[in-house]
Design a protein around this ligand. Structure first.
Ligand code: XMP
Length: 319
């Protein structure tokens, strides 16, 4: 891709000019954006970059391990892996308000990150995988202040105490351009093609209180859903597909016995930037296979429903 190889060279030069001989810290979220930003910056300044991956335990199934292995084994980029799963689940205990969940996660993320960053001597810069739509939504998110709508985007909202200058090489790009840049940098198509994932992770896909058991249930169900979508060859037609574990129990029947277990909602949308979205029109058979497998294979779920709301008026996420 000519334009991406030109962009890559241009950004490498810009990053070198901005950073000089300074040290850069990059927070990895586990997603495509921060990974691409980190790899690009590593290309520009090599060992001056240290990545910090704060593992919240709220990623999709097995994705934390995948990120660690990609950075350490494949790219050989210095990486601090902070196992903060218990801390995040502890902080979320008893909290069921969506915005408070976001704030709790955002604040703890910054605290944990700041503590690790403080251990890296002489770091002057903080790298982020901020994209153009993040910048735009933060200026005018559905007509309101970003802190209300998406408190955790944190665009330009670094706490004063961090005192680090920002390096944001993806600020001019849309998602599809970030994917092209990722491929240009040698990431495989499956990795860069991964659906966008919100910073607060699975916590906002568990309406109500988040518990370790619910996270595990949701990860397992979500993995089956995505597996069936991939097998049906539909993954790349969809902007985001994910499961939501509802705080509602319904009656079912299993063998001779009555069950009383959780409802799982499946969501899939098409979109070009996440600002508007249409619900995805699955072939019924695919949804049927997902429902059968999820109820059979995931303990505690006995009913699966599909969300047919578009955005607007619905949002993509449920919280
Ligand atoms: P909504 O639900 O507002 O989502 O239609 C639009 C896009 O934003 C993602 N999203 C978030 N991303 N922090 C994020 O980093 C958040 O708090 C957050 N909330 C929603 C959502 O997954 C979709 O891609």
């Amino acid at each position: 891709d000519w334009s991406m190889s030109a962009f890559r060279e241009e950004m490498v030069a810009k990053i070198r000019a901005q950073v000089g001989t300074g040290k850069v810290i990059c927070g990895l979220s586990g997603g495509v954006d921060s990974s691409v930003a980190a790899i690009l910056i590593h290309e520009a300044i090599g060992e001056q970059l240290t990545c910090v991956f704060v593992d919240t335990g709220l990623l999709r199934k097995n994705e934390g391990e995948q990120v660690v292995s990609l950075f350490r084994n494949h790219y050989n980029i210095p990486l601090i892996h902070v196992q903060a799963q218990d801390m995040f689940l502890g902080a979320l205990a008893g909290e069921s308000d969506p915005e408070k969940k976001r704030k709790t996660i955002g604040k703890l993320f910054i605290d944990v990150f700041d503590k690790e960053a403080g251990k890296i001597d002489g770091a002057e810069f903080l790298a982020q995988g901020t994209l153009y739509p993040d910048v735009v939504e933060s200026i005018s998110p559905h007509g309101g202040p970003s802190t209300v709508i998406k408190s955790h985007h944190n665009v330009g909202g670094l706490p004063d105490y961090m005192k680090l200058k920002l390096v944001e090489p993806l600020r001019e790009l849309f998602k599809d351009e970030v994917r092209a840049l990722g491929r240009e940098l040698g990431l495989d198509a499956a990795f860069v093609g991964r659906h966008p994932f919100p910073g607060p992770g699975l916590a906002i896909r568990i309406p109500g209180e988040v518990t370790p058991e619910k996270v595990k249930t949701l990860q397992d169900a979500d993995a089956i859903y995505l597996d069936e979508i991939r097998k049906a060859g539909l993954y790349n037609d969809i902007w985001q597909a994910f499961a939501v574990l509802l705080p509602v129990k319904t009656v079912g029947v299993m063998g001779d016995a009555r069950t009383y277990e959780d409802v799982l909602a499946l969501r899939a949308v098409t979109s070009s930037d996440g600002m508007t979205a249409d619900f995805y029109e699955f072939p019924w058979a695919v949804l049927g296979r997902c429902a059968t497998r999820i109820v059979n294979e995931v303990r505690g779920v006995n009913r699966v429903v599909y969300d047919v709301t578009s955005k607007p008026p619905g949002t993509i996420e449920w919280e």
